[in-house]
Design a protein around this ligand. Sequence first.
Ligand SMILES: [Zn+2]
Length: 358
Amino acid sequence: MGILDIVPAGVLTGDNVRKVFDYAKEHQFAIPAINVTSTSTANAVLEAARDIKSPIIIQVSQGGSAYFAGKGLPNDKQQASIVGAISAAHHVRLVSKAYGVPVIMHSDHCAEKLLPWFDGMLEADEAYFKEHQEPLFSSHMLDLSEESKEHNIATCVKYFKRMAPIGLWLEMEIGITGGEEDGVDNTGVDNAALYTQPQDVYDVHAALSAIGPNFSIAAAFGNVHGVYKPGNVKLQPELLQKHQLYVEEQLKVKGTKPLYLVFHGGSGSSKEEIKTAVENGVVKMNVDTDTQFAYLVGIRDFVFKKKDYLLTQVGNPDGADKPNKKFYDPRVWVREGEKTLVERVKEACKDLGNVGRL
Ligand SMILES: [Zn+2]
């Protein structure tokens, strides 16, 4: 039995999201969540998922959302990030059915100061729910990990009470992902904050499970955003097992791995680290840095290789009157970036065991 026997193709909401994560947990694989910034990158992700017959998670960051709407729009009140995220969700909703793959449409890190962005997306979800009995997105992330634990959990509870009734999944973060991504700089935080404690995870689980079952936790186990030379922060995915065991013990549900865990800052991790994370209940792994680079590679190589065909509209090494339109048409050179992105998404899926799952 594959995933399409359990859920339909297209953007999933409500319990269908949990069904996919349960299936992944049961079959010991995880689904990569790829950050997109445009219809071009979103389509490439869908193409990869279709080719290898697997579900996929598409996500937009706050900055990626603004880019989706256009860098020319003002964003002082998150207005571009709101409309861009909504635009991305509508686009993915429309085209994902044509690709025939189940998609979890997610929004990435939202820190305290970005909550107006979250509010705007949530209002769009509620409006969509009124018409269609499901939210526009599948899932949103709240990241109050820089705040106190109490404030973090209270904020998640407040929002989850609004999200759960309309079928939205909540991802939250406790403990801090190091490094720098999308303008959030955690390169200077204390090392201890980079490893979440089991009691903290249990406190989150207790507070959110009282509202609904559809939530996941990004617990920090030495994760760092971006790709760096090896430093003194060591990834310890074996810590995730401690969280599962601790929560199992509190709930008296031995051997059930009750937590849905999320792996942030996975770029550059070894296959062994990924395997350990998945064995310990990681169902979603974020991939951004590596796919950003992959999108560039195809375009970069094309421009280098065809340089002499790209300098003028007419005239190239084949003749002074030869037109260059078939080289500078964006459908040609942007497509080259899409092709290398497609391959990198497939690789991320393979690393996580997310192949042939439909
Ligand atoms: Zn992250």
